[in-house]
Structures are given as C-alpha cells and as structure tokens.
Design a protein around this ligand. Sequence first.
Ligand code: PLP
Length: 323
Amino acid sequence: MTESPIGLRDVYRARARIAPFVRRTPLVRADALSKAAGAEVRLKLECLQDIGAFKQRGAMNAILSLDPEARERGVVTMSTGNHGRAVAWAAARLGVRAVVCLSSLVPGRKVEAIRAAGGEVRVVGRGQDEAGEEAMRLVREDGLALIPPFDDPAVIAGQGTIGIELLEDFPEIDTALIPLSGGGLFVGIAGVLKAADPSIRTVGISMKRGAAMAASLEAGHPVAVEEVETLADSLGGGIGLDNRHTFARTAELIDEMVLLEEEEIAAGMRHLHHEEGLVTEGAAAVGAAALLAGKVRVEGRSVATIVSGRNVDMDSFAATIAV
Ligand SMILES: *Cc1c(COP(=O)(O)O)cnc(C)c1O
C-alpha cells in the first residue's frame, strides 16, 4: 500500500475546522430498504447540508486551509455543479472571492444556484476537463487558489469527516455504499473506515453511462470517457488524466465497484421518495438503487449508504418518480 498524504489526523483536524459551517447530518434507519436487502440499512443524509450536498465539507476545509494572502486573492474551481455551489457558498461565508468555471453541460438551475451563492460563473467548453483548463489559466494569470472538486488532500479530508460520523453513529457498520465519481467522497470515507477496521467493505457506485473512475480502474490508469447525460449528473465528468490522489487511493481502498442502468437509478430515487419521503438527485440514490437491483451482496450485514445530495430539477424529479 502506498503512503497516503491524507491520514486520520488530517480528517480530525478538518472536522474541527469545518464544524461551525457544516451540519452533522443524521444517520437514519431505512426499514423498507432493510427488508428488501435483508440487511440493516441506514441512510447518511448529506442531502440536508445547506447547499444540498456533502461538498460543503471539502470546499470549506480547503478554503479554511489557505493562508491569509491566498484567501485575499480569492479562489477558483471547475465543477459539474455541486462543488461549484459549495465553493461559492463557503467563500461567501468567509468573505472570499470565488470564480467557478463550468462546462456547458451543467444544468441551468445549477449555474443559477452558484450565482445565488455569491460565485462568479464562467462557462467554457463541453466537458469538465476544458473548464479545468480555464481554471488553471486564472491560477497562473490572476493568482487565484485552485479548489479542485476531488483530487486534493484538503478536499478529501473534508469529505472524510463523513466517515468519522458514520463510525460514531453506527460502530457496527460493515459495508459502506458510496457514490463514486472523481473519488473524493469515496477515498475520504473509505480511508477512515479502513483505518478503523480493514474488514469494512467499501463499495463504489456509479452509473453505467460515462463512469470515468470505473473505466480507469479497468484500464489500470486514468482514462477519459465521453460525458453523456445521466440521471446521476453529479457523477459525470473525468477524473483528470494527471490524477494525483484519488485514482491510486480508490484502487487501493475499493472492494467492489457497482455500475447502474438509468432505470435502476430511477427506481432508487422513486424508492427513497415513496418510502423515506426524500427528494434526492440521481447520484444520491445509487446506494438504494444498487440494493434494490440486487447488484451488491449485503445479506445479514450492517450497511450505510451516503445520500449525497438533493439538487435535482423538480420537474424532471416529478417525471422520474411518477412512473
Ligand atoms: C460530487 C458528488 C458525488 C461524487 O463525489 P466525488 O468526490 O466526485 O466522487 C456524489 N454525489 C453528489 C450529490 C455529488 O455532488
């Protein structure tokens, strides 16, 4: 196992730093899902964060970790939506300038949400990688500090605080179902859980359409995939061909990778709405979806899944759950 730059102490320090700014979210029982899965299933409700997604944790930790001069100059990021919203929100809370570079695939409601949170928006290209190039230009030319969406030790440590809360609230946990895109969420949580007990099973879940991490794990190195529309739009985007942390760490920590069809994700969203009264975006429903589809074996286990966000267009949500 290679030495990780993100240790447990970093996650505890992140937790102390961000505590005034993030919600310690509830972990709730999911009786219908438990029955369907034949296991004790609990939901970590990260959809209850102020910005509607867990990304507030990593963004806040990264900005709070900057030195005062860097904060004075401001921050920049590229994002498929929730991370951009999180950076704009966190920066606004701290009185820091934030520029968010987005691809034209990002839904308009997410762009508006970023502006509403106080961020300056720049739309460039059709993919996260092109938005990333514009962000790098602002770093070089304007001296802004880059807050990457996932491939960054401070961001990973921030997302890892979810892992500490899981262990505190559910010490019997033996399987974690974690939505997986760039891997900041997965690596943060799985790193904490495996440090506590290497036998805890960590399952990464993505959509079949355009899963860059799954394709990269398969290839043995980071690869680009075509970005396509999916119900789990927060799981879209590349992992970066020059990925420094999350690819290697995901490869070390992951016990099982599950890929879902669009109809399976829709069934997960429908279930969480009908049975638990939750509004979730596709990315947040993949744990429930994997259990309902029988794609992950959990019999008799103590399972937690991360309900990672609620930022979904209400018209398309209504259409998805109406079926
Ligand atoms: C970003 C995001 C994810 C995936 O997180 P990564 O760190 O990119 O793997 C999952 N769900 C939601 C709602 C997100 O915004």
